[in-house]
Design a binder for this molecule. Structure first.
Ligand code: NAD
Ligand code: UDP
Length: 315
């Protein structure tokens, strides 16, 4: 196909990465998925292997990579707090050394490169909703710092590579995303609650459940990332991508219990340190610059996600 690009997706066997690979292949591109399978799995991409335009390479991006591509989506990095805190030094290395390696690759082959950054760069924010000009309130020495500061440093590197070497960069600040193919045991709130509800176990709420999050369905997120990558060169971001609907964690628990028809109760556990109190993206930029807005509301997205986890439990 005339428009076919060679696209590298790091972290391509993870939750978001596997959906992105699928979408890029269906758009007719040649996709190289690079992953060390730290939190991702081959089963997430097994169904894509029959496509001759798809390739998987086991590789840790903390080490240099020599391939020829036109675009790089740099998604490699564990995203769930229990996973990124399991080996925090490796988490920082993945964001920092990994980004340096991928930026070096982009520089050599003149590829456009996108960073999957995070709403965590805002830390525990004093303002709501969070817009891109807000510099955040981040603890530099806490349990979440390996992830938050790693991503902040990755953003710095992206902008310095642009200023110093003229790279075409795109920085997406991703807010909590959910959907099919989330790992059932990865500890994130949506997968935890659905798995607990379906198995009749108590729902575990950390703290009083008054903290808020905004949940974006995975297809909307993938669409936003692709729009950002395809935007004109002067649009570098950072751009928030997320669903501005804001829910307390208690509201989410109640919704999941009612949608699954579960008889689960609720158990309150202690709130992990530095757990942000509120999260809600201001998506004015994504809307104006990319003509993007999410189209899946929480209920419809949860319905599809619940079906997926039911399938896993029955399968
Ligand atoms: P995930 O854990 O499912 O996927 C991450 C993938 O990266 C996995 O397949 C893992 O094996 C791989 N990986 C980790 N370290 C690597 C390394 N050193 N080299 C190569 N591969 C490596 O997480 P996800 O939810 O799919 O998140 C993808 C990206 O989006 C991450 O960068 C994350 O920080 C970002 N993000 C996600 C969310 C969300 O809610 N899902 C929110 C904000 C940001
Ligand atoms: N959370 C919870 N119970 C769980 C898992 C998470 O109450 O079983 C809370 C967690 O403390 C946080 C919110 O849900 O306030 C979102 O957690 P998640 O790990 O999904 O993402 P993040 O904190 O990175 O936004």
């Amino acid at each position: 196909m005339f428009n076919t690009k060679r696209i590298l997706v790091t972290g391509g066997a993870g939750f978001l990465g596997s959906h992105l690979c699928e979408r890029l292949l269906s758009d007719g591109h040649d996709v190289l998925c690079v992953d060390n399978f730290y939190t991702g799995s081959k089963t997430n991409v097994a169904h894509l292997l029959k496509n001759p335009l798809f390739e998987v390479m086991r590789h840790d991006i903390c080490f240099p990579l020599y391939v020829e591509v036109d675009e790089i989506y740099n998604l490699a990095c564990p995203a769930s707090p229990i996973h990124y805190q399991f080996d925090p030094v490796q988490t920082t290395k993945t964001s920092v050394h990994g980004s340096i390696n991928m930026l070096g690759l982009a520089k050599r082959v003149k590829a456009k490169i996108l960073l999957a950054s995070t709403s965590e760069v805002y830390g525990d924010p004093e303002i709501s909703p969070q817009h891109e000009e807000y510099w955040g309130r981040v603890n530099p020495i806490g349990l979440r710092s390996c992830y938050d500061e790693g991503k902040r440093c990755a953003e710095t590197l992206f902008f310095d590579y642009r200023r110093q070497h003229g790279l075409q960069i795109k920085v997406a600040r991703i807010f909590n995303t959910y959907g099919p193919k989330m790992h059932p045991n990865d500890g994130r709130v949506v997968s935890n609650f659905i798995m607990q509800a379906l198995q009749g176990h108590d729902i575990t709420i950390y703290g009083e459940g008054k903290q808020t999050r905004s949940f974006c369905y995975v297809d909307d997120m993938v669409d936003g990332l692709i729009r950002l990558m395809n935007s004109p060169d002067e649009i570098t971001g950072p751009v928030n991508i997320g669903n501005p609907g804001e829910f307390t964690i208690l509201e989410l628990a109640e919704k999941v219990i009612s949608m699954t028809g579960s008889r689960s109760g609720i158990t309150y556990k202690s709130l992990p340190p530095d757990d942000p109190q509120q999260r809600r993206p201001d998506i004015t930029k994504a809307n104006g610059l990319l003509n993007w807005h999410p189209s899946t509301d929480l209920e419809s997205g949860l319905e599809r996600t619940i079906e997926y986890f039911k399938g896993l439990l029955n399968g």
